[in-house]
Design a protein around this ligand. Sequence first.
Ligand code: GLP
Length: 240
Amino acid sequence: MFKIIKVKDYEEMSDKAFDVVKEVVDANPKCVLGLATGSSPVGLYQRMIKDHQENGTSYADVTTFNLDEYCGLPKSHPESYYSFMHRNLFSGLNIPEENIHIPEDGEDKEAKCKEYDASMESYTVDLQVLGIGSNGHIGFNEPGTAFDTKTHIVTLKESTRQDNARFFDSIDKVPTHAITMGIDTIMHAKKIIIVASGANKADAIYAMIHGPKTTDVPASVLQDHPDVVVVVDAEAGKLL
Ligand code: GLP
């Protein structure tokens, strides 16, 4: 079930998303957070850091699981999701490094996927933060991904590589593959918050909520989840 919150702009979207995260962390300081990368949650992460630094909200007992990681980039690459998360969130909070989980690429990709699923096995994600791809992907679950997937390797769609090319020197530098938490795993989170801003997300947001439930729009699977908060700015929500 979707609870839709339409706001004016990115800043207000980040404020609302922060309220949701804060409520979960305050209610249970040992909560498990599922985290996303991309530009959409950066404002939320800034607010979490500010709140931690100014109000002392502690993340010492919080555990996190990230959605995805590029294949073929070393952790130290500035655009690896490992670097992104440390730069935009973890460096400003007090989450112990051993509580942080990010999928890892490796020579034996199958083993790396199994390892990530195993690391999640004894946890239930209390709140999963999601962005959405302009083609409706969640995590890196591209259109066509089965709804029953666990952690797996994906071939990135050309449109996704184009969308993410802004972070790299050129399109050829954008990885072609990624490791991502699967759709089934995402659906097991108790609560989900999805944030989207900008006109290029409007079609995907509309299809997620009002379109048919189809693997062509991976986010449409969320129609079956009992508790999804959707925070959209005016442009991303313009078709709703
Ligand atoms: C990326 C990530 C997703 C993210 C999406 C949108 O490729 N793998 O987790 O939600 O695409 O990114 P952005 O928020 O930058 O638009």
